[in-house]
Design a protein. Structure first.
Ligand code: PGA
Ligand code: ZN
Length: 432
C-alpha cells in the first residue's frame, strides 16, 4: 500500500454557525483518501494560530477563499510526493511553507484541515480506524466527556458572563453510560428552565440559552438538574466551568456585565473559590485572563489539589507554553484544540507535554463545528483522558458523541473508559 501523497484539494464548506470554513481532501497514490474540516473559535486566545478570513462584505467578512486557494495551490504542490505516514514530516513542510509564528500567511484553518486530512488518509491506507492509527501500539482509552448544559459568554450574546456550564458524569463506568447520565441531566435542566420561564433556545454549542439574573443562579439550577435526574452532585455527576475570563478581563480587572461589578484579580479568585466551596465543581477552565499568569498561579495554589484548573486561552495548545505553565504551576491541565496549533504534530506535542507534566489533558472542539469527528479519535488514540465538545444537542456535537460510542462498541470487552481517575482526587466534592 502506498502512503505517497498524490493530490490535495481544498473546498469551502459551512460550519454550525452558517459561516464558511475549509475542508481538505488528500488522495494517496493507489487511491486511499482522507478528509477533514477546520473548526472555528469565537473566544480565541491571543497566541493561537490565525484563522484566515477574507474580510470584506461577503458573509460578514468570514469567507475563506484565500485559505482554500492556499490549499489548492502552494500546499498541494508542497505536499505532493511526501509520505502520509510521516505526519511529522508533512507538518514540518506546512510550517516551513507558512513561515510565520502563527500560520498567518497560509491560515491555521488551511493547515489544520490539510494536516488532519493527511492523518485520515494514512489511517485509510493502513486499513486502521483513525484512533488506532493515532495510538500505533500504545493503549487507547475512551475519554471522560465534559458536556455543556448552559452556554453563555461569547456564545450567547453575553447573556451571562461565564461561557460554559458543563457536567462530567464522574460516576459512570463507560463512555456510553456517561452519555446516558448526561442525557438525563440535560433533559432535567431543560424541564427546570421551562418551569421557571427561563427557556429561551440554545446557545452556540447547543447548551440552553441562559436567561439568568446572576452567574450563580446557573450553578444552583445545574445542581437541581443533577438531583432531579436522580444523581448525587459531586459523586455521580460533577460541575465543570469554562470561565473564559479573557473575554471580560484584562490588566487585572474583570467586568461582570450581568452583575454590573468590576473585580480585581483577588476578588475574582475569591468569587471562584467561594463557588468551589458551595458547588460540586470538579474543573474550571480559564479562571483568570490570559494576561494574568500570577492570578492563575494563585488560583491553582488555592484549589488545584481538588479542582482541575485548565489553561485554554493561556496555553493555546502550545507545548512550550504548557512546559512554562508546568514550571510556574499556573494551571494543572491543558485544553488541546488542533486548530489553535494548526497542525496535528504540534497538537500532539502539546498533549504529550501536558501528560509529561502530570497535567489533565482535554481534547476540545470549538464553538464553530461541523460533522468532522477527528477529535474523538485524537482523544482516544492519544489517551488524552478527557473530551470537550459542547452540549448534548445539535448534530455537529452529537456527531462526536456518537462517534465515540461507535469506537467504544468496536473495542468491545477491550474498551477502557477514563472515568473520574483523570481528575484530581476528590474532584467535585466541595472544598472545605
Ligand atoms: P471558542 O471557545 O471555540 O468559541 O473559542 C471554546 C472555549 O473557550 O473553550
Ligand atoms: Zn475555553
Amino acid at each position: 500500500m502506498s502512503f505517497v501523497i498524490d493530490q490535495v484539494r481544498g473546498r469551502r464548506v459551512w460550519d454550525s454557525r452558517g459561516r464558511p470554513t475549509v475542508e481538505a481532501e488528500v488522495q494517496l497514490r493507489g487511491g486511499p483518501t482522507g478528509r477533514a474540516i477546520a473548526p472555528a473559535g469565537a473566544s480565541r486566545g491571543r497566541h493561537e494560530a490565525i484563522d484566515l478570513r477574507d474580510g470584506g462584505e461577503a458573509f460578514g467578512g468570514f469567507d475563506v477563499t484565500h485559505a482554500v486557494a492556499h490549499v489548492n495551490g502552494e500546499i498541494a504542490r508542497a505536499l505532493a510526493g511526501l509520505r502520509a505516514d510521516d505526519q511529522a514530516g508533512v507538518d514540518a513542510a506546512l510550517i516551513a511553507l507558512d513561515g510565520t509564528a502563527q500560520k498567518a500567511r497560509l491560515g491555521g484553518n488551511a493547515t489544520i484541515a490539510v494536516s488532519m486530512a493527511v492523518l485520515h488518509a494514512a489511517a485509510a491506507a493502513a486499513g486502521m480506524p483513525l484512533y488506532a492509527w493515532c495510538a500505533q501500539d500504545a493503549p487507547v482509552r475512551l475519554p471522560l466527556p465534559e458536556i455543556q448544559i448552559f452556554g453563555g459568554g461569547a456564545h450567547a450574546g453575553r447573556r451571562v458572563d461565564i461561557q460554559d456550564f458543563m457536567v462530567m458524569a464522574v460516576g459512570a463506568t463507560s463512555f456510553a453510560q456517561a452519555l446516558d447520565h448526561t442525557a438525563e441531566v440535560y433533559r432535567a435542566a431543560g424541564a427546570l428552565m421551562a418551569e421557571s420561564g427561563k427557556a429561551a433556545g440554545v446557545a452556540d454549542e447547543g447548551g440552553f440559552w441562559p436567561v439568568f439574573d446572576s452567574n450563580e443562579e446557573a450553578l444552583g439550577l445545574l445542581v437541581r438538574a443533577i438531583e432531579r435526574a436522580g444523581f448525587v452532585p459531586g459523586d455521580d455527576v460533577a460541575i465543570s466551568l469554562d470561565i473564559a475570563a479573557s473575554e471580560f478581563g484584562r490588566d487585572g480587572r474583570y467586568t461582570l456585565g450581568l452583575e454590573q461589578r468590576v473585580l480585581d484579580t483577588d476578588a475574582m479568585i475569591d468569587l471562584l473559590v467561594g463557588w468551589c466551596r458551595r458547588y460540586p465543581i470538579a474543573s474550571i477552565e480559564d479562571p483568570l485572563a490570559e494576561d494574568d499568569p500570577v492570578g492563575l498561579q494563585r488560583f491553582t495554589a488555592a484549589v488545584g489539589h481538588r479542582v482541575q484548573v485548565i489553561g485554554d486561552d493561556y496555553l493555546v495548545t502550545s507545548a512550550d507554553r504548557v512546559r512554562g505553565a508546568a514550571r510556574d504551576r499556573a494551571v494543572n491541565a491543558v485544553l488541546v484544540k488542533p486548530n489553535q496549533a494548526g497542525t496535528v504534530t504540534e497538537t500532539l506535542a502539546a498533549c504529550r507535554a501536558g501528560q509529561a507534566a502530570g497535567f489533565g489533558t482535554i481534547v476540545s472542539a470549538r464553538s464553530g463545528e461541523t460533522e468532522d469527528t477527528t477529535i474523538v479519535h485524537l482523544a482516544t488514540g492519544w489517551d488524552a483522558g478527557q473530551l470537550k465538545v459542547g452540549a448534548f444537542a445539535r448534530s455537529e456535537r452529537m456527531a462526536k458523541w456518537n462517534e465515540a460510542l461507535r469506537v467504544e462498541a468496536s473495542l468491545g470487552a477491550r474498551a477502557v473508559f477514563a472515568g473520574r481517575g483523570v481528575l484530581p482526587p476528590d474532584a467535585g466534592r466541595p472544598l472545605p
